[in-house]
Write a protein that binds this ligand. Structure first.
Ligand code: ADP
Length: 205
């Protein structure tokens, strides 16, 4: 049976960097951010539902959803964010399930699900294990500002709109601190895989 490792962590904590490691190991990675993006494309299920709730003002001239406009609305109003999540999360879960079903369990016994809001969406119940990539806020700010060319204020707003790290730490099965180099992160992930294999938790040993 396919086992699911859910990876989470705050914005710019290093999830995508961890994904590269798993893909190099031929372990399939399902990217929830990508799914969340795709379901809002014109003609997709989420498109109509979001439009119905948020109105025509969020459309660009080509009738595609203006994602930065939608972002402005939900990142400035918690209630609106909850509404958007209520619409999109069930669609995202459906898509994840469909992608996992595509995986051949005899070939790949572990699938990674990169889910930035795993705990916020209570997605841990669908995972066999969860991994939190953790970094202190100061380093998170630095990496986020550098990667997304954000101002200090904008970066802080994004970070603070997410569940606090201390809360996520309580929910995660494994926590990896990504405060060292990328190579350090890889070594820790390697160690984690060995640990999982060693316990024969997903039948790879
Ligand atoms: P996430 O996917 O969690 O948002 P990323 O993997 O994109 O985070 O990492 C955020 C930024 O920090 C990226 O520019 C990435 O290259 C960089 N980064 C990640 N891990 C490290 C590390 N250990 N040392 C230096 N830079 C890192």
């Amino acid at each position: 049976m396919t086992k699911i490792l859910g990876i989470t962590g705050g914005i710019a904590s290093g999830k995508s960097t961890a994904d590269v490691f798993f893909r190099e190991k031929q372990i399939p990675v399902i990217d929830c951010d990508q799914i969340a993006h795709d379901i809002l494309n014109k003609g997709e299920k989420g498109y109509e539902l979001v439009l119905k709730r948020f109105g025509m003002n969020i459309l660009k001239s080509d009738r595609s959803i203006n994602r930065s406009e939608l972002g402005q609305i939900v990142f400035n109003d918690k209630k609106q964010l909850e509404t958007l999540n209520r619409i999109t999360h069930p669609l995202i879960f459906q898509e994840i399930q469909a992608k996992i079903a595509l995986n051949n369990p005899s070939k790949n016994s572990l699938v990674v699900v990169d889910a930035p809001v795993l705990f916020e969406a209570n997605g841990q119940k669908y995972c066999d294990f969860t991994l939190l990539i953790a970094i202190p806020e100061s380093l998170q700010m630095k990496r986020l500002m550098l990667r997304d060319r954000l101002s200090k204020g904008a970066a802080l707003k994004r970070i603070r709109s997410q569940m606090p790290l201390s809360q996520k730490e309580k929910l995660a099965d494994f926590v990896i601190n990504n405060t060292g180099t990328k190579q350090d992160l890889k070594s820790k992930l390697e160690q984690l895989l060995l640990e999982i294999k060693g316990e024969d938790l997903y039948g790879m040993s």
